[in-house]
Ligand binder design. Structure first.
Ligand code: MN9
Length: 300
């Protein structure tokens, strides 16, 4: 187990894989492959799971499917930390999901802001309060991802959210490293998780005390090494590891990150198909760029 910057070692202040959700050829969730993937991620030393987020295609699943995924990961993850992503377009769905995570003894829940409708900030705060009240006692991590949610939180907005009883931290998926540092400075006890893997080193340097990432599914050991090197005061060596990871991320971004990761895991023999739930793409040998070669290198 790694200890991040906080010596008290909060269970949430670590690297969590934004877990993919494997599918069979008909786009149904494959729970057998999901268990295999959890074991694969743990085998790399990663002992935290963020379940049903963007990477997990949670928003493309029904509420019942999302709960079934939470259940399988609860069984498969052992002692690892578990955060359930419960964000939804409808508050009531998010509440049902939060209750399920509470029943399954997840460490925390997390949620994107409500999407599609252009809600005012008060409605968004109400949504988070409703999630907190649905699953009393569940710690909540705000998922700040302006590029995909369309919601831009100012530092003041995030501060207001962090003051709600039960809000323990933020998954900060934003390129604004200034805001990362401002959050770390203003809220030193809070869980601050870096969301863009390609900037993990920058995030840690600007005060993040952990991370959540899609590419931890395949590069988990490398990121753990990066964290170790950064903590040991070896920034140049940490940057070399970051650059190695980013060469893989460059290729994933070229073909589409989530379909690309599914394809990689498929080619590595971890999951049975490269299928994502539509409208996400399904990559083939013809559309997967250099991923066959990268899969062979990662599996070696
Ligand atoms: O959860 C992920 N965020 C998104 C974190 O996909 C929006 C990241 O892990 C990215 O996939 C990754 C590649 O850009 O940094």
């Amino acid at each position: 187990m790694i200890t991040m910057q906080d010596p008290k070692s909060n269970r949430l202040m670590r690297l969590h894989a934004a877990l993919m959700t494997p599918c069979d050829a008909e786009e149904n969730i494959s729970h057998a492959c999901l268990r295999r993937l959890v074991a694969h991620v743990k085998g790399q030393g990663i002992d935290g799971f963020y379940v049903g987020g963007s990477t997990g295609e949670g928003l493309l699943h029904s509420v019942a499917e999302r709960i079934a995924t939470f259940e399988t990961v609860a069984e498969a993850a052992g002692d690892s930390a578990r955060i359930g992503h419960v964000g939804a377009i409808a508050t009531r769905d998010a509440q049902v999901l939060a209750r399920a995570c509470a029943t399954l003894r997840y460490d925390a829940v997390s949620a994107i802001p409500p999407i599609y409708f252009p809600h005012g900030k008060d409605e968004i705060f109400g949504y988070y309060q409703d999630i907190l009240s649905a699953a009393a006692g569940m710690p909540l991590i705000i998922y700040n991802i302006p590029a995909m949610s369309g919601v831009s939180f100012t530092l003041e907005d995030l501060g207001r959210l962090l003051e709600l009883p039960g809000v323990v931290g933020i998954k900060q998926t934003a390129i604004d490293m200034y805001q990362m540092e401002q959050l770390a400075r203003a809220f030193p006890g809070k869980v601050l998780l870096n969301g863009y893997d390609e900037m993990l080193l920058a995030g840690l340097s600007m005060g993040a005390n952990g991370g959540i990432g899609s590419t931890y599914n395949v590069l988990g050991a490398a990121y753990l090494e990066l964290v170790r090197l950064q903590g040991a005061g070896q920034p140049a060596a940490a940057l070399a590891v970051q650059s190695k990871c980013n060469a893989v991320i460059d290729e994933l971004v070229r073909v589409g990150v989530f379909p690309g990761l599914k394809y990689l895991l498929h080619r590595m023999g971890v999951v049975a198909t490269p299928v994502c739930r539509r409208p996400l793409a399904i990559l083939t040998a013809a559309t997967s760029g250099r991923l066959d070669q990268i899969a062979a290198e990662l599996a070696a």
